[in-house]
Design a protein around this ligand. Structure first.
Ligand code: NAD
Length: 263
């Protein structure tokens, strides 16, 4: 067993989760990569492509199947993680979904609302509860340990998009969950942070690529480019390495300057 710190990343099979796993591996972490899509035969994409990439970086990658919207899968993820590692140093709540169809807020359906909430907030919230309890046990055994938890929310936690209200509402809830866990876990020295990505090029934004290409060209993003998964990965590394040790509850926006109000 290696004695590197271990990071559990949800939704690690592609996109931002993949970028986070790779950046953490480059910076001295072993990875437990979770995803609900799990195909050991597929080495071109998904968890097993990421596993190969992480292993090239001399890090261990444990692929773990699990749908974070299902509480039973939380137990399975933790059990599997602890079968290979005796600790979890970092939890990155990254797995998230967009509505299948963008509908005006006046037409949003309960079905879509429940689907998005079940993954983006209910899943992340209860998985965090479970992993936080594990981290508390670790800290009680070894007070020198300094685990942390990172929630990947979105600028949609604050920005209004009337064509995907359920997504924005779920991300606002993620933001509050991060704050509450940060508050509660202080006494154990477990820091909790929130990262708010802006417009990042992944499968999630593929259906609206042309729309965002145009908006970026027209100046929507001050840094004038799409974000890449590695932009989020680098922010995760900075937090996971403890460079913001005195800043629990910190919100880090990684959006190319979309936080700047402009006239
Ligand atoms: P993506 O769709 O490319 O990848 C998401 C990954 O999560 C996939 O591998 C998917 O299989 C997995 N996943 C989905 N539901 C899951 C579940 N229930 N259990 C386990 N795994 C699950 O999306 P992405 O763009 O990489 O987004 C990652 C996170 O970043 C999401 O929380 C998303 O809301 C957030 N985000 C993305 C953007 C963006 O512009 N792409 C912007 C802001 C925030």
């Amino acid at each position: 067993m290696s004695n590197k710190p271990v990071a559990l990343v949800t939704g690690a099979g592609q996109g931002i989760g993949r970028g986070i796993a790779i950046e953490l591996a480059k910076n001295g972490f072993d990875i437990i990569g979770n995803d609900c899509i799990f195909d050991p035969e597929d080495k071109q994409k998904g968890l097993f492509e990421v596993k190969a990439r992480v292993e090239e970086l001399d890090a261990v990658f444990l692929p773990v199947k699990g749908d974070i919207s299902l509480p039973d899968d939380h137990d399975k993820i933790l059990k599997k993680a602890l079968s290979q590692f005796d600790r979890i140093d970092v939890l990155v709540n990254n797995a998230g979904i967009a509505p299948k169809q963008r509908l005006d807020v006046l037409d949003t359906t309960m079905e879509s609302f429940d689907r998005v909430m079940s993954v983006n907030i209910r899943g992340a919230f209860f998985l965090t509860q479970k992993i936080a309890r594990q981290m508390i046990k670790q800290v009680e055994k070894d007070p020198l340990m300094k685990p942390c938890i990172i929630f990947i929310s979105s600028i949609s936690a604050e920005v209004s998009s009337p064509s995907r209200a359920e997504y924005c509402i779920s991300k606002a809830a993620v933001s509050q969950a991060a704050r509450i866990f940060a508050d509660r876990l202080c006494e154990y020295g477990i820091n909790v942070y929130e990262i708010r990505p802006g417009i990042i090029k992944t499968q999630m934004t593929a259906p609206v690529q042309e729309k965002y290409d145009k908006l970026i060209q027209e100046g929507l993003v001050p840094q004038q480019r799409w974000g890449a998964p590695e932009d989020i990965g680098k922010a995760v590394v900075a937090l996971a390495k403890g460079y913001f040790d005195y800043s629990t509850g910190l919100i880090v926006e990684v959006s190319g300057g979309m936080n700047i109000r402009r006239l």
